[in-house]
Design a binder for this molecule. Structure first.
Ligand SMILES: *Cc1c(COP(=O)(O)O)cnc(C)c1O
Length: 446
């Protein structure tokens, strides 16, 4: 593959943009990223004309693939040409708010913002303002965007910012616990129960392998929060309108959080975030209440129109059936490949999310019960070995994944997210033939 033009562009980018990119993860491909010229269904075409089958899908927003359905395209064009935004409310914001409230169990009211990060920042402020408490419990290996409260590492009692630029004092209020560990979080509540504003967690760790909850974990979080008047906040930025269809992951697990954050798919491919929840809580946001929240671009009409048209398309067409069936086919195929070539590895994912985590332990044959990806089934022979939290995924062979496997797949014309941790996505534009080709590529590269 020739990457001459991408190399030139990267060279220029390095002079004017830190690391040559506007979001850190984009710089990860070695020795440099390919620059994308355009999308085409399930594919992207780079600046040198190379064509890749795309499973990064914008890191999550592009449920439908790269081609907007006609209804989305015409909504975007008509709102853009009417004048892109106003600083006054518009009908389409109300339409999208009503749509989300109708479909997502926890949502009675919603505030739209411009990114997933902004959504989780605002949700944390809301939880603190509503409860009067400062502490926020998060999951080790969870991701909530580039926000000060959640960019921490360590154990309860020994928590530090995970990046320069954040005062140590910020981390004092954050309590990271291992996902899927009933005891660890019970202890935190025993010690700090009356200081906790919220438990903030992804319903599925979606930025750290793909880790599903073990039986009863979310119910346990719900009970702890209820017993201590803390809020349960589900960060559904990545799972929202992907896992569990239009009801989101909370409908899949049957546990209703107090507050939900959204992003990615709900903007139909445009910058978006949102905070939804019970009226009684959401009305604490200004101007209804006294927790300040505001934004010049919030509820941007073009984004709202794209989001609404996208979700309406999903409601009317067989989108979830299609992507979830392809997800199953892919995970089943990968499980067979892994059984044959690297039985220590674990296929993870659900619905249209998937990854092969290069786990190190070999616990014997791949199991029947997790044929379409690890489900954290306690009856499974591999239950003890499959990744259950951030540390387990961190212990995988990340170097092999990134230095050998990713580049080999790229040479096969398959664009995966360029590290061990980020999820990959099947879109509505993918076909069974694409999936079968992908399984063959994995077979050659693993
Ligand atoms: C992507 C993501 C975010 C951050 O969203 P941005 O739009 O990148 O700011 C937050 N939480 C989760 C779970 C995400 O997947």
């Amino acid at each position: 593959m020739n990457h001459e033009r991408s190399r030139e562009l990267y060279d220029r980018a390095l002079s004017v943009m830190p690391g040559g990119v506007n979001s850190s993860v984009r710089a990860a491909p070695r020795p440099y990223p390919f620059f994308v010229e355009r999308g085409d269904g399930a594919h992207v075409v780079d600046a040198d004309g190379n064509r890749y089958l795309d499973y990064a899908m914008g890191y999550g927003p592009l449920l439908l693939g790269h081609d907007m359905p006609e209804s989305v395209q015409s909504a975007v064009q008509s709102y853009a040409s009417a004048g892109p935004m106003y600083g006054a409310p518009t009908e389409v914001e109300v339409d999208l708010a009503e749509f989300v409230a109708r479909h997502v169990p926890s949502v009675e009211m919603i505030r739209f913002v411009n990114s997933g990060t902004e959504a989780t920042v605002s949700a944390v402020r809301l939880a603190r303002g509503y409860t009067g408490n400062d502490k926020v419990v998060v999951m080790q290996g969870g991701y909530h965007g580039a926000q000060e409260t959640t960019l921490v590492e360590g154990e309860p009692g020994h928590v530090h910012p995970s990046t320069n630029g954040i005062p140590e004092s910020f981390a004092e209020h954050t309590v990271p616990v291992p996902f899927n560990d009933h005891e660890a979080i019970t202890e935190v509540f025993e010690e700090h129960g009356d200081e906790i504003a919220c438990v903030l967690t992804e319903p599925i760790l979606g930025n750290n392998g793909i880790v599903l909850p073990v039986e009863g974990y979310h119910e346990h979080l719900r009970d702890l929060c209820d017993d201590h008047d803390a809020l349960l906040v589900f960060d559904e930025v990545i799972t929202g309108f992907r896992v569990g269809g239009l009801g989101c992951a909370q409908s899949r697990f049957g546990v209703t959080p107090d507050v939900t954050t959204f992003g990615k798919i709900v903007g139909g491919g445009f910058p978006v975030g949102a905070i939804g929840g019970k009226t009684e809580i959401l009305e604490h946001f200004t101007p209804a209440g006294d927790v300040f929240q505001s934004g010049t671009f919030s509820g941007h009409p073009v984004t709202m129109a794209a989001g609404l048209a996208t979700l309406e398309f999903c409601a009317e067409e067989d989108v979830y059936d299609h992507v979830n069936a392809l997800g199953d086919r892919l995970r089943e195929g990968l499980t067979e490949v892994v059984a044959d070539r690297a039985p220590e590895y674990t296929v993870v994912g659900t619905d249209s999310m998937f990854k092969v985590v290069f786990t190190r332990a070999d616990s014997g044959p791949q199991s029947e019960c997790c044929a379409a990806g690890c489900t954290q089934d306690a009856a499974c022979e591999r239950f003890g070995e499959c990744p259950k939290n951030g540390a387990d995924v961190g212990n995988a062979e990340t170097d092999r994944w990134e230095r050998l496997f990713w580049p080999a797949m790229k040479e096969e014309g398959v664009f995966l997210t360029p590290n061990q941790f980020e999820s990959q996505f099947v879109s509505y534009a993918h076909t069974e033939a694409d999936i079968d080709r992908t399984i063959e590529a994995y077979e050659r590269c693993l």
